[in-house]
Design a protein around this ligand. Sequence first.
Ligand code: CA
Length: 323
Amino acid sequence: MTHNDYLKPAGQAAFHDSGVTKFQDVVRAWKGEELTGFGLLGVPLSKPSISHSGASFAPAVMRSILLNTATYAIEDDVDLKDLDLVDLGDILMHVTDLAASQTRIEETLDAILKENPNFIPVILGGDHSISSSTIKAFGKAKGRIGVIQFDAHHDLRNLQDGGPSNGTPFRNLIESGSLDPTNLVQIGIRNFSNSQTYSHYAKDNGVKVMTMREVKQQGMLAAVKEAYGQLKENVDAIYLSVDIDVLDQAFAPGCPAIGPGGMTSEALLEGVSYLGGQELIKAIDVVEIDPKQDFRDMTSKVGVFTILSFLTGKMLADRRRTV
Ligand code: CA
């Protein structure tokens, strides 16, 4: 061997093991071909946040972690290396015009979903304000839709006082007629995080609310089965929206509105994996991760594992269908 054998090209991993498959070997950049599987779509918008947020940095950080993660899920004995998984890149945000950014999100996803009816988007937020735009596009493409929302908060603030922020996405969807409130299920809503006004709004409008205590008492699997069961007869497709602040603050230091009393990351992954395996669940977003406040990328990693649990659920469902 000469000294040249030890030189690695810049940008390549310092150590290579030919027996390991990582997502960097699986994910391919989208070049405009028909989309039939899954695709990462970054939405780097967090300026509409009520509190300071660097969630616009999360798509890049989550992508980087994902690409360096191994594809094999030993607990389920599935290897995600066989997934049809593309990266569509990020939607370009307007520098100052929030309404223009929200329109870009809706129009971009609307065009993608209408041209690719079987495509399942995996949306990397951004703060929770993005979900009003992505779910409007989802509804236009899919018809009657339901939403399952993991969140500490209702996100049902009125739009008059602060405009379309990360506190209003589901109120926005209801008031714009984009979502029937009886087809919205909120999982993990907890104490000292919501005003009674908005709990009343949820109740008065028929939103199904499963508080954190109720989720703990019945167990995650029973909770998500109930949530899916409530929606499946009434809708054509379901959008899964995961606000990482549904977690206890012990699991998610890099999240602007985090607090105690939330769920474990293990419970979240279990619930998302189950829902990923259900036929009508046809989109997921993961929002409210702020890498600038994070510690050792803990929160971004939970975000990535949430996505991987969703995809594992889909692969397990495929395996059940083909056996
Ligand atoms: Ca939220």
